[in-house]
Design a protein around this ligand. Structure first.
Ligand code: HEC
Length: 155
């Protein structure tokens, strides 16, 4: 009996180690353009790319609202890409996306929330635009390192 518990402890430790490794490294492969390919299913990839297009829309929308000094609109648009929207992200992605990429992704959502707070608390359009500009360094940083290859078409 005692031996059996040890076997179980060892097996569980291995399972935990594998999960932690996968969680940190994610599902990646080298890419021929020097970046890392994050290998996802078609649906997961589509979900992220949709998220990306929403981020682009939010960035443009915040700028357009800030130029008009419309802080209510700026806050509303920024919240669309804030942390609350993370609920729409498929859970399976947490395992497949490398830790560094997850951090950049969450930080980007957090930036959109910060932009909303600046707008809501009357900090003005210049502060909003400055934060948006800062946040977009995350877009650049992540795109420089990761790509999402499309599945090879079935032959
Ligand atoms: C956590 C990483 C990460 C961050 C942060 C990030 N992106 Fe992306 N984005 C990606 C990856 C990976 C792709 C796929 C690129 C590829 O395969 O070449 C992508 C693709 C896109 C696309 C193409 C979408 C499509 O339908 O093909 C747009 C637009 C985009 N990102 C906008 C943004 C904007 C705007 C920001 C910042 C507000 C941003 N992204 C931040 C990882 C990120």
């Amino acid at each position: 009996m005692k031996n059996l518990s040890w076997v179980l402890v060892v097996i569980l430790s291995i399972v935990v180690a594998i999960f932690s490794y996968k969680f940190t490294v994610g599902s990646v492969a080298p890419s021929d353009d020097g970046r890392q390919s994050v290998v996802l299913t078609k649906d997961e990839r589509n979900a992220i790319l949709l998220e990306m297009r929403v981020w682009l829309e939010s960035a443009q929308g915040v700028l357009a609202a800030a130029v008009k000094d419309d802080m209510v609109e700026a806050a509303k648009i920024a919240r669309v890409s804030g942390m609350a929207a993370e609920a729409a992200t498929p859970g399976s992605l947490f395992r497949k996306i490398p830790l560094e990429m997850k951090k950049l992704g969450f930080a980007t959502r957090d930036y959109f929330d910060q932009i909303a707070v600046l707008a809501e608390t009357g900090k003005g359009s210049k502060a909003v635009i400055a934060k948006l500009s800062e946040s977009m360094n995350n877009c650049i940083a992540c795109h420089a390192v990761y790509r999402l290859p499309e599945e090879a078409p079935a032959k």
